[in-house]
Design a binder for this molecule. Sequence first.
Ligand code: GUN
Ligand code: FE
Length: 411
Amino acid sequence: MKKIFGNIINPINKHKTEIIKDGCLIINNKGIIEKKGKKVNFEEIKCEIFDFNDNFLIPGFIDIHTHIPQYPLIGKGKGELLDWLRKYIFPAEIKFNSADYAEKVFEYFCHNSLRFGTTTSVAFSSIHRSALKRIIEKNHKLRLFAGNSLMDLGEGELVKPMQHNLSVMNDLFQKSLNNAHFNYTVSPRYAASCSIDLMKNAAEFAKENNLYIQTHLSENKSEIEHILNIHRDYTNYTDIYHKTGLLTDKTILAHCIHLSEKELEIIHNTGAVIAHCPSSNSYLKSGIMPLKKYIQNEMKVGLGTDVAAGYTLDMKTEMRNAIESSKTLSYFTNEDHAVSALEVFPMSNILAAEYLGIADITGNLNEGKYADITVIQNRNSSEITEDILSEIIYGEDKNNLATFYKGERVY
Ligand code: GUN
Ligand code: FE
């Protein structure tokens, strides 16, 4: 058992955040939050104490889209998506043919995810069997939804025949069943890297095994044109994923910037999830996703760091950029696109947990869930104002002091 003291900020749902000043979380030996309440109410319980005083206890962040092999590449590439992939990213991902190198990058990735308070991450690995196998064997202390990139179309060393892609996918899925922190995720890279048959087979495999799927959609205007030139029988980009069976309520679609109303409707009807990656969208000059409109249309939207087009694993930066880019869009369109901290904060925890089917075990600090906790520094205010979520997102001194994953202090 352990007790953790601090000011508890607990997002309950889209609209409601519970705040317990001078709070206490009692964590049992399985790493589960057994009790939540005022510190004074639990004084008689004697156990190990982590006293974070006036600092804030918030749920561990959930990053719903990023790339492990690209972590060493932050800031190194430039240009727009297709050139950036060809010149910088694909050559760098080839290095994951060494499992030793992959392990080093992954350790660095895990350490920094936890340092920034992320306890669940949805990520692409490279195409390589040995790299992801090593990652699975590491039995890391971070909840991962990840898969090998599927690529059987285009040029270069990363592109392999369909059967090879399918066999790597099947092997790694089998391998992942031994790791309690790992959820194998079917990962067709994007429609420019995948044949129709590969996408159909990947969708079938996900369905048979009840797995999540991740891919990229509608990120860049030249990308869309390129893809509709390759797959000529389809009316729009979304239609390709829809007709191959890749759009399900367990599918995560990164970017979704330039969608038509028709495409939005298809995504809405299938229940697929949109990963909003505002830092990446700005870095590659891809565009600004109309977040407010998607929220109003009741689309499922979470946040992704999309490293290395995104330039940090820090979800606070992602939340800030989600808000700031929504204001930029308002300015340039003369329409109201601005979103608030209240709307964005739950996208980084409880809403993402719901979309990933893990809201029964994580996503907020309710009793009965794993103690996935991020401790945010509170240096300057003794009182908690109604702007607390905005302060956490924007505050200069709101560093992450500690992270707990399943009740264990991991940073
Ligand atoms: N589309 C296909 N692959 C990628 C990738 O690695 N990063 C981004 N941002 N978009 C992609
Ligand atoms: Fe991405």
